[in-house]
Each structure stands twice: as C-alpha cells, then as structure tokens.
Ligand binder design. Structure first.
Ligand code: NDP
Length: 485
C-alpha cells in the first residue's frame, strides 16, 4: 500500500486518538481490489461513555465563545482541508472506491465548503427583537447541546462536515459515527478541526455498527441526531429519538424522477441522466433513477446514452483518467446485480451493461433498462447502484402523477426548453431538491433534503441553522404587572 491507510487508533475523542481493542474488529476493504487496508474496532460502551462525557463537558464553553471566534476556527479548518485535498481524496478513494477524478473535486472540497460557509455564518447568528407596545420580547438563538451525526458510506468526508460544520457553528458539540464500511476519513476531519484550534471534546468520532449509533441516540445526554442513511434505518433512528423527544434531521433514500420532455436539449439531458445515475457508481441518494423520456425522442436519447456510456473509463480509481469505479462493497454490488436480474425477469429491456466487470474488486457496468413500467421492482425500490430505468411518457399531466407516485421525495429533475413548463413541473414535484436542466448539483448555499419518506429537516444553507439551534423567547415587561387577585 503506497499510502498509510491505517489510522493511529479507531476513535477520536476529547481531542486525541483513542483505542479500545475489546471492540469488535472492523476490516476496511479497498473496493477496487478487495484488499484489507486498515482495521478499526467498534466502540465499546466505555468508548461511547468517554465520547458523550467529553462532548457534554466541552459544549458550554464553546457556546459561550463569540460566533466570530467559533467561525474563525471552522474557516481555518476549511483552508487546511483544501490544502490537503490530494491526500484526503486519496484516502477517500481507498475508503469508498470512488475514482480520484471524483473525490478530488467532490468530497473534501465539499466538506471544506461547509466549514467555510458555516464558519462565515457563525458570527451572524442572532435572535430578534419583537416590540409589543412598551413591552418587548427578544429571542436568543441557542445551541441544542450534544449532537450525534450518523453517516452513510457514499460521501464519508462530506457527511462528516455537512453535519459537523453547522453543529459547531451554532455552538453545539458533535459525536460522529461513520458507516462501518467507510470509517477512515471522518478521523481526518477530526484531526484537521483540532489542528485548526477546535477545543478538545467538540468533535468526536466513534466507530461501530448500528448498535453504536443506537447507544448514542438513546443516551439522555444527547440532544439531537442527524442521520444520513436508508429509510428503514431512518425509521429506527427517528423512533429512538422520539423516545427522548430529541431533535432530528433525517437524510434518507430516494427513487427520484428525471423527466425529459420532447423539446429538451438531448445532449444536456443525457448528461443529466449520466450525472444522476452513474456518478459514484450510482451510489448517490438523490439520483434520478426513474428517467421518464418522451416517446418522440426516446430512441435518440437511448442511442446517445449508449454512445456516451461507451466512453466511461472503468478502471483503477487512482488513475485520474478513470471515470467509473467499483461499488463500495461486494454486498452492495450483489444487491445491485440482483436488481438487474429482477429487471430482466420482470420484462424490462436491457440496453446497456448489466454485468459484473471481469476484474478484481467490486465493479459492475453502468446499466440501462428501457421499456420500464411503473410497477416493476426496478422502478419502485431504491437500488443504490448504477442501474438506470428509462420509462416512456407522452403527456405532462400523466407523467407528473407517475413521477410523484412513490413513497420517496428526495429529489426530482426536468429537462425542457419551455420556461413555463419547467417551473410548473418543478412546483408540482413532491420532492425537497429539484433541478431544471441540470441534475445533482449540491452547493452548500442551497437547502438539501427530502420530503415524504426521504427525510425530515434540511442540510446546508441558512435552513440548517434552524436544525442546530432552538429559540428562547424572553418577555420583558416595562411597567407594573397587574394580576386578578
Ligand atoms: P444505512 O441506513 O444502512 O446506514 C446508515 C448509518 O446508520 C450507518 O452508519 C449505520 O451503521 C447506521 N445505523 C444502522 N442501524 C442503526 C440503528 N438502529 N441506530 C443507529 N444507527 C444505525 O445506510 P447505508 O450506509 O447503506 O447508506 C445508503 C443509504 O443512505 C441509502 O438509502 C441512501 O439513499 C441513503 N443516503 C441518503 C443521503 C441523503 O442525504 N438523503 C445521502 C447519502 C445516502 P452501519 O452501517 O455501520 O451498521
């Protein structure tokens, strides 16, 4: 291994690496080769206790600092992340298998954006003054306390920062549990934050499986949980948080529609479908995996798609030319391949890919099915792999109903040159994050999140502040107080 992927210890607590080898060992596998690149240990109850105690202890002093002081540390961390982008991207590629071509522009950089944005915003957080005749009320925007972040494996650095940055900017502390599949990069985020001057105990990383996440959420000293994960996990985490009436942010799965009208620019629409299905080998929650294409342009669209997919460079993720890497794990690859089998069995027409790639690691081909109907399994369930379902339509009203006929509501996109139709369709989408003539952009300035079963709350943007703070109202009476007796 030309790069040292083994962290000094499994956890980062109270400003330092901490180990407890009594925890279940978790092997970290490089998805491009199947090789073991590191081992960490799941947190034991003693480690969970250390993390919660540290986060609780450190939070009050952090909240008492000015926003300017807190923000300065976050912005310094953002600069450090950018300066170390190469090494962080290499590590992210080892952890996830995503091509360096992607990780070098979309992972640590996106994390740095969040640190910079919320670092900049920290000093601007205020309450308001509400005049009531002579009396008045003022509000204080206060932190929630100890926040737990639980991450998925597709964007480990980004998720660690999208949760950590707003939590810290608002004066909270954070305990982050990465996915057991990708435990490495959150530790680097913790290291950088502390090097940037974050006081000990404010950003802690503990490893482990679902039980560790559950133990964190159930602890009465924890005030909030922000999960990025699947809908079934979301249900469990939401229920556990409800028992303690805790604040939640739920960033869950999707089966998002992407509608391509007959007047769309075909090249742009094909680009949108590629970005919305095959980036990160299809392992993106907001992917537009139900691509509704108007029958008038269907064959042209499919032909251009097939031609463009033939240009995908499938290979060593460290090679900057590689544009399509392995899936994160053998398990996830097999899940996606099972869906391919279901697609074929249920009568969809396989027009591209569909097979495992004949090389080491967990590679499968970018896959496209046409003639997919709404009731097929591949049109209803989240696959979380590189499998695109193309469905036919002719009528706007009809396609809107079909696009919204899903339990999910994470994202949706439309390609058309008709300005009024684009906005009409966007307004009617039952989804939290919508795109017109583009797909999957996720700038930190814009709210990101789902409706329906895809989630609760929003990450990024000013909206995230509402999910990491609570308002206290203070009524001030200026005159005498009358009472009935
Ligand atoms: P999972 O739901 O399997 O896991 C998410 C995280 O929750 C993991 O860290 C997992 O631990 C943990 N977890 C599992 N069970 C519990 C529990 N009972 N209590 C607390 N924590 C628990 O998702 P994946 O990691 O497989 O990620 C893929 C899913 O994430 C997809 O559905 C995808 O759509 C969604 N996602 C959503 C995004 C969004 O922003 N809306 C973005 C990215 C992904 P472990 O796995 O280590 O056991």
């Amino acid at each position: 291994m030309p790069y040292d992927t083994q962290p000094p210890a499994s956890h980062f607590i109270d400003g330092a690496y901490v180990e407890d080898t009594a925890g279940t060992p978790i092997d970290v596998i490089y998805p491009a080769t199947g090789e073991k690149i590191a081992t960490v240990h799941a947190a034991t109850p003693a480690i969970v206790e250390q993390a919660i105690a540290a986060a609780r202890r450190a939070q009050a002093a952090w909240a008492a600092m000015t926003g300017t002081e807190r923000g300065r540390i976050l912005r310094r961390a953002a600069d450090m992340m950018r300066a170390r982008n190469h090494d962080l991207s290499v590590l992210e590629t080892y952890d996830t298998g995503k091509p360096y071509q992607e990780t070098s522009v979309a992972d640590a950089t996106s994390g740095a954006d969040a640190l910079e944005y919320f670092g900049g915003m920290a000093a601007t957080l205020t309450g308001e003054h509400i005049q009531l005749g002579e009396d008045w009320v003022y509000t204080r925007r206060e932190p929630l306390g100890v926040c737990v972040g639980i991450g998925a494996w597709n964007y480990p650095t980004q998720i660690a920062c999208w949760k950590g940055a707003p939590a810290l900017a608002c004066g909270n502390s954070m305990i982050f549990k990465p996915s057991e599949t990708t435990p490495l990069s959150a530790l680097k985020v913790a290291e950088i934050l502390h090097e940037a001057g974050l006081p000990a105990g404010l950003y802690n990383v503990v490893q482990g499986m679902g039980e560790v996440g559950a133990a964190l959420i159930e602890d009465p000293r924890v005030d909030k949980v922000s999960l990025t994960g699947s809908v079934p996990t979301g249900r469990k985490v939401y229920a556990a948080a409800a028992a303690g009436i805790k604040h939640v942010t739920m960033e869950l799965g999707g089966k998002s529609p992407l509608i391509v009208f007959e007047d769309a620019d075909i090249e742009n629409a094909v680009s949108g479908a590629i970005l919305g299905n095959f980036y990160s080998s299809g392992q993106v929650c907001s992917n537009g995996t139900r691509v509704f294409v108007h029958t008038a342009i269907k064959e042209k669209f499919l032909n251009r798609l097939a031609t463009r997919l033939a240009n995908a460079v499938i290979g060593d993720p460290m090679d900057p030319e590689t544009s399509f890497g392995p899936m994160v794990s053998e398990r996830q690859m097999n899940i996606a391949l099972d869906y391919v089998a279901k697609g074929k069995a249920e009568g969809a027409r396989l027009v591209y890919g569909g097979s495992r790639v004949d090389r080491d690691g967990f590679y499968m081909e970018p896959t496209v099915f046409a003639d997919v109907t709404d009731d097929m399994t591949i049109a209803r369930e989240e696959i979380f792999g590189p499998v695109m379902a193309v469905l036919d339509f002719t009528d706007e009203e009809d396609v809107m109903t079909r696009a919204n006929d899903t339990e999910f509501g994470l994202a949706a996109g439309v390609f058309t040159r008709d300005l009024t139709r684009a906005h009409r369709v966007a307004a009617r989408f039952e989804a939290g994050t919508c795109y017109i003539n583009t797909y999957n952009d996720a700038p930190v300035e814009a709210p990101f999140g789902g409706s329906k079963n895809s989630g609760v709350g929003r990450e990024n943007s000013k909206a995230a502040i509402n999910h990491y703070t609570q308002l206290k109202s203070v009524y001030v009476r200026m005159g005498d107080l009358e009472a009935p007796f």
